[in-house]
Write a protein that binds this ligand. Structure first.
Ligand SMILES: [Zn+2]
Ligand SMILES: [Zn+2]
Ligand SMILES: [Zn+2]
Length: 351
């Protein structure tokens, strides 16, 4: 078993090598699901209880741990090596193998938000942790190896590249304009309305102006909150309701459970003036560009880091508003202009 972190000398990014993950369980049948409760002591699962609301435990195939094998860089070499310090936890949303985020109910979703906040605080309080990353991979198209509804939390020993870049841009924006960039974005999206997918008292969901993926949606706090810990109970409930609404709309879009990666970006947990530049948000990146076509990362994205998107964000938002209305005909008034939203049209094929 090999596990160590290596710094790429070209990009300066840290990457984790964890060869033991190759043997992890791949799509087991429900009868041997490791995330189901232990209903029979002779066949224990990862969760020792016969029933539970939400369960949190360390990943059995961790890529980052609190007590990793030691690794040392060789002086004079361009290569830096570090131990795989951090944490990888699994959060199981329900003891019901067949449940979905949209079937859990608002109380359970709010409990999930509370669990996220608790893990953010607990892992973030460790001296060796600088960033706590909550995420969910959903669907085989994004590499999910277990069907049972669950998400994950990784704790990293440094701020990872994507949030680090966002924070650097936010810092430059603050220096130039004196404002938080995401506060400005929230204002612009509320004014323009064309990219809105949904909103409630505390959260806004919209397709970003320069989306990377056709049906990308960002869920952003309307006021400047730097992490889950800044959210009141009422705001946490509003977040739970917004997550339900966004995912229900996704599931209605092509009438199947749309695979996605959900990424939560909030303040790093190391020293620094993060409060002013970190604005809590969740990014959903589904990989479909139409009901039967996936967006693959290819030359421009992988080789140059420059995304090409086949669907205009304004059209994607209209499609998602229409899907959301279909998902919840009596769940209140949608945020903007659903009456004019055209039905989803097939996207052009080709590369
Ligand atoms: Zn299960
Ligand atoms: Zn802000
Ligand atoms: Zn972000």
């Amino acid at each position: 078993m090999t596990s160590e972190r290596r710094r790429d000398p070209l990009s300066g990014e840290w990457r984790t090598m964890a060869t033991h993950r190759q043997t992890r369980t791949f799509l087991p049948p429900e009868s041997s699901c490791p995330l189901c409760p232990t209903r029979d002591a002779a066949h224990p699962t990862e969760v020792p209880w016969p029933e539970f609301d939400i369960a949190v435990f360390d990943n059995r195939f961790p890529s980052l741990t609190a007590d990793p094998p030691s690794s040392q860089s060789r002086p004079g070499s361009p290569y830096d090596v570090a131990p795989s310090l951090g944490a990888t936890e699994v959060i199981v949303y329900s003891d019901d193998h067949g449940a979905a985020l949209t079937s859990l109910g608002l109380d359970r979703l709010q409990l999930l938000v509370d669990v996220w906040a608790e893990r953010y605080a607990a892992l973030g309080s460790r001296d060796d942790v600088e960033y706590v990353f909550v995420f969910e991979n959903r669907g085989e198209a994004v590499g999910v190896t277990l069907d049972h509804p669950h998400g994950q939390v990784y704790a990293y020993p440094e701020v990872p590249p994507v949030p680090a870049r966002e924070l650097a841009v936010a810092r430059a924006h603050l220096a130039e304009h004196g404002t938080c960039v995401l506060c400005d974005v929230v204002g612009a999206e509320r004014f323009a309305e064309v990219r809105l997918v949904a909103q409630n008292d505390a959260f806004l969901a919209f397709v970003p102006f320069a989306a990377r993926f056709p049906y990308e949606v960002h869920v952003v706090a309307k006021r400047h909150a730097s992490s889950l810990l800044d959210l009141s109970d009422i705001e946490r409930r509003a977040l739970a309701a917004m997550l339900h609404e966004v995912v229900a709309g996704y599931d209605q879009l092509f009438e199947f459970r749309l695979p996605y990666v959900m990424s939560m970006h909030q303040a790093p947990t190391c020293d620094g003036d993060w409060q002013v530049i970190s604005h809590f948000h969740i990014e959903f990146t589904p990989v479909h560009r139409s009901y039967d076509r996936l967006k693959y990362l290819a030359g421009s994205e992988l080789g140059a880091g420059a995304f090409l998107n086949d669907v205009m964000p304004e059209q994607a938002a209209a499609d998602l508003r229409a899907a959301g209305t279909a998902a919840a005909p009596s769940a209140g008034t949608p945020a903007a202009g659903t009456a004019a939203a055209p039905a989803a049209e097939p996207q052009p094929a080709g590369t």
